[in-house]
Design a protein around this ligand. Structure first.
Ligand code: C5P
Length: 226
C-alpha cells in the first residue's frame, strides 16, 4: 500500500540566514502550514530557564521535554496555554536552545512533536535538520545560507528594530558559537541534505531569494500558487 503524505518544503540553514522569514512568506503564499522548528527548542529552553533545572542536567531536561505542553498556532508559540512567542527571541534563549539541541534524547522526544504538525494542504518547515532527519522524504529541500557578517548585521537590525540594546560583535560571536555547535554535534548536525538546493543569499534580498525558491517550487509542483 502506498501512503500519500501532504507535500513538504524544507528550509534549513545556519542562524539568521533568513530561513524563518522566507518560510513564513512561502507558507502564506501557498496556504500551507508553517513549522518553525527552532521555536520548539526555544520553548524548551524557556521552560528550563524558568525552572530550577540546570542546563547541564540532561535527565531533568529530557523529562521536561517529554511533558512540554507546547502548541503552535498561526506562527505563535504557546507553552501551557501562554503565548511565549516574543519571550523566546532573546539571545540567552538562543544560546540555551542550541546547547540542549545537541542532546540525542531531547531531539528524539521533540521529533514526534515536529512530525505531528504535518497536515494538508502541505507544510513548510524550517530549521537545521528538516531535510535530513525530520522530513527526509520532502519534495523540495532548500539549504539557505549567507556570509556570517551579513547574517550578524541582519540579526542586529532585527533586534534593534524591536527596541533591544545589542552589540554587533557579541551577536557575531553568538552566531559563530551556535553555528559551530549546530554543525559539529553528533546527532542531526547542521548539514545540507544530499538532495537539497544550496542557496547563498549573501547578496540577495528577500524578494530575490523568494523568487528563486518559488521557481524551484513551480518546477517541482507545477505552476499554481496564490
Ligand atoms: O532556528 P532558531 O535559531 O530559532 O533555533 C534555535 C536553536 O535550536 C538553534 O541554534 C539550534 O541549535 C536548535 N535547532 C535545532 N534543530 C532545528 C531547529 C533548531 O537543533 N531543527
Amino acid at each position: 500500500m502506498i501512503v500519500e503524505l501532504p507535500p513538504i518544503i524544507t528550509i534549513d540553514g545556519p542562524t539568521a540566514s533568513g530561513k524563518g522569514t522566507i518560510a513564513r512568506i512561502i507558507s502564506n503564499k501557498l496556504g500551507w502550514l508553517l513549522l518553525d522548528s527552532g521555536s520548539i527548542y526555544r520553548a524548551l529552553a524557556f521552560a528550563i530557564i524558568n525552572s530550577d533545572i540546570s542546563v547541564s542536567d540532561f535527565d531533568s531536561i529530557e523529562t521536561l521535554a517529554s511533558n512540554l505542553e507546547i502548541s503552535i498556532n498561526d506562527g505563535n508559540v504557546y507553552l501551557g496555554g501562554f503565548d511565549i512567542s516574543e519571550k523566546i527571541r532573546t539571545e540567552e534563549i538562543s544560546r540555551v536552545s542550541s546547547v540542549i539541541a545537541s542532546d540525542y534524547n531531547v531531539r528524539k522526544i521533540l521529533l514526534d512533536k515536529q512530525r505531528s504538525l504535518l497536515s494538508y494542504p502541505g507544510l513548510v518547515a524550517d530549521g537545521r535538520d528538516m531535510g535530513t532527519i525530520v522530513f527526509p522524504y520532502a519534495a523540495l529541500k532548500i539549504f539557505l545560507t549567507a556570509d556570517i557578517s551579513i547574517r550578524a548585521q541582519r540579526r542586529y537590525n532585527q533586534l534593534i528594530n524591536k527596541g533591544n540594546v545589542v552589540n554587533i560583535t557579541s551577536i557575531m560571536d553568538n552566531i559563530r558559537e551556535r553555528d559551530e555547535r549546530d554543525a559539529d554535534r553528533l546527532y542531526s548536525p547542521l548539514i545540507p541534505a544530499s538532495d537539497a538546493h544550496i542557496l547563498d543569499n549573501s547578496v540577495l534580498d528577500i524578494e530575490q531569494t523568494l523568487s528563486i525558491i518559488l521557481d524551484l517550487y513551480k518546477y517541482k509542483f507545477g505552476p499554481s500558487y496564490n
